[in-house]
Design a binder for this molecule. Structure first.
Ligand code: HDD
Length: 702
């Protein structure tokens, strides 16, 4: 039977009509009766209606409305996928305010300390289609719908605080260049191809964002380990009508973490659902993803003295200049009940703000405010998508908008207009409570222009690069080399090197060297050269602010027949104390026979549990197990990759043959746990993160 939710004007559950009981009985007392969409009980769901179907089937009859309705509904099961951010995963939760911003905003969600507001948050990649891999090198969408008591507020952000372009008119070009090339339909979910680099190398305003997407921010360990940003400057408006500029930041409780590039490539094969599975599992396990909401507040005085324009979405405001002020927390504690109804049909729109929160004149934001409603109309099929349970506000809602496709409301009465006098208690506007735009004086000529302050495209790109640790800088250089190595047109590679030279000649030369194109660096002409005096900002680096903790992480523990069950049990106990989970990988999914005769249950079979799925690895092997696994390519790759991906490796002394076969060289991240000893040294080192020092010994750094 079709189940309905308790959201207002939808069709009544049949149980409520009184028919349900009877149908239930008809189905044999234990299951609800299967019916058509019109509620007619179905007698046979296995066979279509056929003419003269005695020994051999005759033709299927057009009359079979049960068959036709079922196939017809199936034929229409898909809606157009999002043109960008098609691949996503989402969860429900709440936002709780911890510090009131009442002085700055009249929005209740920002002023009532302790009040919880329901949220639905969708994370996504940008370029890939709905079925692409989670681990593509890409920006991640971070879209938050807050169902406030004063209407829905959507903060439709990304995990990177700047953007590729300054004006919405360039968005279709950017996306056409980034997505699959139109003649061949590939590559999928990646920017490593000619059209993307052609466009960005001709669009110098993208340079700052390029630094960010070539950094490890674009290959996050999980959604839980990402920051989120509203990107644009918004405005807050208080009860007296005074406006303050604001930027919004989400900061993850589990800390920022990313994977390394070779690992990202392998995760895409090992588990294309890596991020959505992680989100789903962590919520199911009660390990709720959590973020702080922080704001940067500033006034006109700061706007005047800031080196860049606060309305330019390709720039950020360093935290050293305007510190973050933490005002609340967001917890995701419930997985969706139905992926399509919720995650697919959720309609985020930047235009969704509540009284007390307002837009700025950022031309990118202004264009977005048009695009999101427009796209929902075609994606969700008409103007009534706000009635879908996932999109409906959770506060009283009343207006005179009527009819249209899929109208679920059944409004009573004669009055569907305003002003009116025929009925008492029709909805009226309220100048005190209602949404008011910031009062702003505007004058001047109507022109298609970019403000002068928008013209510096390289200074913040340079500041970003030199704010990174050496390891992170190496990764950025390698990412440029990887991406440009996939660009077939040499002139595009050269032009990109020329733009990079505007950031810093040293970076451009390193990339050129890695491409085997030394001597090919010629600066592209620019009117505003990069400033070299911007101080580095530690907040821009992942590693400088990494949390030294294992909370929420996964240990992959390799076992085989003959393993010591006590070692595994002890590891589990010690790991649980640190809030981290142990998953056991064995040659057979039925588990491994421990030396004491018990069975160590397995979570993964070796071939389906590569080490890329875990944050660190532990080899709980007996001598016999290590010998056997040394001849097993998947086991050797498990250890080899763990080492090459700079992970901390714990192992029993008996595991040495496998370590040797995998080419592991002893260093501070390889910890041998002696018989009877605890695994605490391994866990202590693992909590500090990867062994970055190992990197130059496992790959060439240009
Ligand atoms: Fe956008 C989706 C974030 C610029 C037009 N965008 C979309 C989503 C996120 C963002 C997170 C997915 C929402 C979801 O999960 O359903 N977009 C951004 C950010 C931007 C940005 C942070 C720059 C700061 N977007 C941008 C521009 C335009 C769009 C300039 C058009 C002028 N974005 C769209 C869209 C999408 C979308 C076509 C596709 C599906 C949808 O809206 O619902 O309207």
């Amino acid at each position: 039977m079709k189940k309905t939710t308790n959201h207002a004007p939808v069709k009544k559950d049949r149980d409520e009509t009184g028919n349900g009981g009877e149908l239930h009985q008809r189905a044999g007392g234990t299951h609800p009766q299967l019916t058509t969409q019109q509620g007619q009980a179905i007698s046979d769901d296995e066979n279509s209606l056929k003419a003269s179907a005695t020994s051999r089937p005759g033709p299927v009859l057009l009359e079979d409305f049960v068959l036709r309705e079922k196939i017809n509904h199936f034929d229409h099961e898909r809606i157009p996928e999002r043109i960008v951010h098609a691949r996503g995963a989402a969860a429900h939760g709440f936002f709780e305010l911890t510090e009131s911003l009442e002085k700055f905003s009249k929005a209740r969600v920002l002023s009532k300390v302790g009040e919880r507001t329901s949220v639905f948050v969708r994370f996504s990649t940008v370029a890939g289609n709905a079925g692409s891999s989670d681990m593509a090198r890409d920006v991640r969408g971070f879209a938050v719908k807050l169902y406030t008591k004063e209407g829905n507020w959507d903060l439709v952000g990304n995990n990177i605080p700047v953007f590729f372009i300054q004006d919405a008119i360039k968005f279709p070009d950017l996306i056409h260049a980034a997505k699959q090339e139109p003649d061949r339909g590939f590559p999928q979910a990646q920017t490593a191809h000619d059209t993307f680099w052609d466009f960005v190398s001709l669009t110098p305003e993208s340079t700052n964002m390029l630094m960010w997407i070539m950094s490890d921010r674009a290959i996050p360990r999980s959604f839980r380990n990402m920051e989120g940003f509203g990107v644009h400057t918004f405005r807050l408006l208080n009860a007296a009508g005074k406006s303050t500029f604001v930027k919004f930041h989400w900061r993850p409780k589990f800390g920022l973490q990313s994977v390394v590039w070779d690992e990202a490539l392998k995760i895409s094969g090992g588990d294309p659902d890596y991020h959505r599975r992680d989100l789903w599992n962590s919520i199911n396990e009660g390990n709720f993803p959590e973020w702080e909401l922080a704001v940067q507040l500033f006034d006109e005085k700061f706007v005047e003295k800031f080196e860049f324009d606060v309305l330019d979405a390709t720039k950020l405001i360093p935290e050293e200049q305007i510190p973050l002020r933490v005002i609340g927390r967001m917890v995701l504690d419930r997985n969706p009940t139905n992926y399509f109804s919720e995650t697919e049909q959720v309609a985020f729109m930047t235009q969704n703000v509540v009284p007390g929160i307002d837009f700025s004149n950022d031309p990118l934001l202004q264009g977005r405010n048009f695009s999101y409603l427009d796209t929902q109309l075609s994606r969700l099929g008409g103007p009534n998508f706000a009635q879908l349970p996932i999109n409906a506000p959770k506060c009283p809602m009343m207006n005179f908008q009527r009819d249209g496709h899929m109208q679920f409301e059944v409004p009573a009465g004669r009055v569907s207009y305003s002003p009116s006098s025929l009925e008492a208690n029709t909805a009226r506007e309220d100048s005190q409570l209602g949404f008011i735009s910031t009062k702003e004086h505007v004058e001047g000529d109507k022109l298609r222009i970019r403000p002068e302050l928008f013209a510096d495209h390289f200074s913040q790109a340079r500041q970003f690069f030199f704010s990174q640790t050496e390891t992170e800088q190496n990764h950025i250089v390698s990412a440029f080399i990887f991406e440009l190595s996939k660009v077939e047109t040499v002139a595009i590679r050269e032009r990109t090197l020329g733009q990079l030279a505007n950031v810093d000649m040293g970076i451009a030369r390193r990339v050129a060297d890695g491409l085997g194109m030394p001597g090919k660096v010629t600066k592209v002409a620019t009117t505003v050269p990069a400033r070299e005096d911007l101080p580095p900002s530690s907040a821009l680096s992942i590693l400088k602010k990494a949390k030294k903790s294992l909370e929420g992480s996964l240990i992959g523990c390799l076992v085989a027949d003959g393993s010591d069950a006590t070692i595994v049990a002890n590891l589990r106990k010690a790991a649980a104390k640190q809030g981290c989970n142990v998953k056991v990988i064995a040659p057979k999914i039925g588990g491994a026979k421990a030396k004491d005769g018990t069975v160590i249950p397995a979570d993964f079979q070796l071939a389906g549990g590569p080490s890329v799925l875990f944050d660190c690895i532990f080899l709980a092997l007996s001598g016999e197990g290590a010998e056997t696994l040394s001849n097993e390519a998947a086991a050797v790759a498990f250890v080899h990759d763990g080492f090459a991906h700079l992970k901390v490796i714990g192992a029993t002394a008996e595991a040495q043959p496998l370590l040797d076969k995998a080419g592991v060289i002893a260093d501070e991240g390889v910890l041998i746990v002696n018989r009877g000893a605890t695994s605490s040294a391994f866990l202590e080192r693992a909590a500090l993160g990867r062994i970055w020092k190992r990197e130059p010994s496992v790959r060439t750094v240009f």
